[in-house]
Design a protein around this ligand. Structure first.
Ligand code: NDP
Length: 434
């Protein structure tokens, strides 16, 4: 649209959703009434602000902060904060738009939002990260609240950053009400929240395979990324008897034909989370193949789990995966697959799950963290994991319901988009124009 020039990621996300919704809307024209579609592509509020902070050398640094409060039809705005140099309005608007449908799919009462900054936490000291997070909240705090907008983590924002932001939020609001999820366990965090997105993605892949009469047990898997989502996707694959043979980061990919073991994963987590290092170091320490500047998609596998970032799996990668016999692709990241690559998977009859369905486990457990905080209780690992598993099964069933094809197959892309849209649109229609 002329209204949003230079927002390619946002356009891509809107195009994907609208194309897949269109036949449904033609059959159900009431969903085009009251400007539902026009309202859905316009955030309720988009906040942009300056973040000034002082680095360890005493220099003043200035970053740009954002919060996109996209849609609150079914609950308070909810979605992560991303710290990465690439962050801009287009990327956050695409993420907030997707988040709205994803949150609806969880069945929990959460609206959609997303935020972040072009700040790069890499190479910064803990003290610099703390001062930055505090400076960000000094501005953002007035727009947040447990019934207004509840942020969480995303790329570059883990437990450390959430802790610093939640601490400053508490001070400025003079209230201990939790306005972040993904908190540390000592101040209101939920067990299984760090694992939730990765575990949920694998639970979803397993449901898709089961529905098609297969099982992930014994299958080979390629994972991209090596951050929070990738790490726990690898763990759950191992627990279910699958063999993960790749991992990557923004600099290259590691190929390990023998597959991950719990000891190898512990070493990867140590390098990425504690040393804040690269997968190249991991490959060197374990004597594995490292391919600089490469993605892992040329390795033949049964299941592919893109868990790094947007547009990291393009048409050529999809064609290679298909040629090599991939059966199932479940997105752990948000929009990792480009539009033409998605089309290639769908046309080839591959079991393909869009992130809004397969990676909804993270925000689902964030919703469970909000419930525990409101009750001032803490559930056990088993309780949270069982609820997560049940939510992922339910999302799968909902996708099957709305994505069933005449030939008996399931189009998960359409299923997820229609199921998420119907819930948000019904809530908007019932509340009138606001
Ligand atoms: P992390 O910051 O923990 O990890 C991100 C990983 O992706 C790192 O391995 C990083 O490499 C890699 N990466 C980042 N940018 C690029 C790039 N341009 N090219 C190649 N690799 C890249 O983030 P998360 O694991 O939390 O998030 C990963 C994805 O999952 C994102 O799309 C996020 O939106 C999505 N997601 C996350 C949820 C969560 O609960 N955390 C919930 C739902 C979705 P390097 O280390 O070199 O930077």
């Amino acid at each position: 649209r002329a209204r949003d020039p230079n927002q390619p990621e946002f356009m891509q996300a809107v195009k994907e959703v609208m194309t897949s919704l269109w036949p449904f809307i033609e059959q159900n024209p009431r969903y085009a009434e009251q400007g539902i579609l026009e309202r859905l592509v316009e955030p309720e509020r988009a906040i942009q602000f300056r973040i000034s902070w002082v680095d360890d050398k005493g220099n003043t640094r200035v970053n740009r902060g954002f919060r996109i409060q996209h849609n609150s039809a079914i609950g308070p705005f909810k979605g992560g904060m991303r710290f990465h140099p690439s962050v801009n309005l287009s990327i956050l608007k695409f993420l907030a738009f997707e988040q709205t449908f994803k949150n609806a799919l969880t069945t929990l009462p959460m609206g959609g939002g997303k935020g972040g900054s072009d700040f790069d936490p890499k190479g910064k000291s803990d003290a610099e990260v703390m001062r930055f997070c505090q400076a960000l909240i000094i501005e953002l705090h007035r727009h947040l609240g447990p019934d207004t907008d509840v942020p969480a983590g995303d790329i570059g924002v883990g437990a450390r950053e959430v802790g610093f932001m939640a601490g400053m939020m508490k001070k400025l609001s003079n209230s201990a009400a939790s306005v972040f999820t993904g908190k540390g366990l000592s101040f209101g965090g939920s067990l299984i929240r760090p694992e939730a997105t990765g575990y949920g993605t694998v639970y979803f892949a397993e449901e898709m395979l089961k529905h098609a009469g297969q099982s992930i047990e014994g299958f080979t898997v390629s994972v991209s990324g090596s951050g929070n989502v990738a790490q726990y996707a690898i763990e759950k694959c191992m627990q279910l008897g699958a063999k993960v043979i790749t991992v990557s980061d923004s600099h290259g990919a590691v190929i390990d034909k023998a597959g991950f073991t719990p000891a190898k994963l512990a070493e990867l987590i140590r390098i990425k989370n504690e040393e804040r290092g690269r997968v190249q170091t991991y490959a060197e320490r374990l004597g594995l193949v490292y391919e600089a500047g490469k993605r892992p998609w040329h390795v033949p596998v049964d299941v592919a789990l893109p868990c790094a970032t947007q547009n990291e799996l393009e048409l050529e990668d999809a064609q290679t995966l298909i040629k090599n016999g991939v059966r199932c692709v479940a997105e752990g990241a948000n929009m990792p697959t480009s539009l033409d690559a998605v089309e290639a998977f769908v046309n080839a009859g591959i079991l393909y799950a869009p992130g809004k369905a397969s990676n909804a486990g993270g925000v689902a457990v964030s919703g469970l963290e909000m419930s525990q905080n409101a009750q001032r209780l803490m559930w056990t690992r088993e309780q949270v994991d069982n609820k997560l598993h049940a939510i992922m099964r339910n999302i799968h069933e909902n996708c099957v319901l709305h994505g069933k094809q005449p030939d008996g197959g399931v189009n998960y892309l359409n299923g997820a988009n229609i199921a998420g849209f119907v819930k948000v649109a019904d809530a908007m229609l019932q509340q009138g124009l606001y």
